[in-house]
Design a protein around this ligand. Structure first.
Ligand code: THU
Length: 133
């Protein structure tokens, strides 16, 4: 499927990708979250020379959004320059579950291709605060 080129969430993720700090992998990722009031929060991957401390674009966006006072997001876009759109890693799926459980996820590339998921489909049977009692 193709995404709507005027979708502001995709546009924000494309712009965020330009800000990515990915000198080690060269794999730039842009993400954007839409909060319940419509506010769009961007994020990009930030790599570390230690490699293991790298932060993915999705989690960078969540941290920014939560720091701005948002607690729940309804749409998520992730953009990479790949032939097929890139699925979020397991760590990002967990955080998305905790802050965007009912969200639609648009995985897109720069060619206009998009794959639609829901967070619920991406992480079935997830651990969350309910298990803490
Ligand atoms: N990356 C993301 O930003 N999001 C994902 O969901 C998958 C991977 C980043 C982390 C690292 O900087 C680069 O992509 C290669 O793994």
């Amino acid at each position: 499927m193709k995404y709507r080129p005027d979708d502001p969430l995709i546009a924000a993720a494309i712009a965020a990708r330009e800000k990515a700090f990915a000198p080690y992998s060269k794999f730039k990722v842009g993400a954007a979250l839409q909060a319940e009031d419509g506010t769009i929060v961007p994020g990009c991957n930030v790599e570390s020379a230690s490699y293991g401390l790298t932060i993915c674009a999705e989690r960078a966006a969540i941290a920014r959004g939560v720091g701005d006072g948002f607690r729940c997001f309804t749409r998520v876009a992730v953009v990479t320059d790949t032939e097929k759109p890139t699925p979020p890693c397991g760590a990002c799926r967990q955080l998305l579950w905790e802050f965007a459980p009912d969200a639609e996820v648009l995985l897109a590339n720069l060619n206009g291709d998009v794959i639609r998921w829901t967070v619920r489909d991406l992480i079935p049977g997830a651990f969350d605060a309910k298990q803490l009692g």
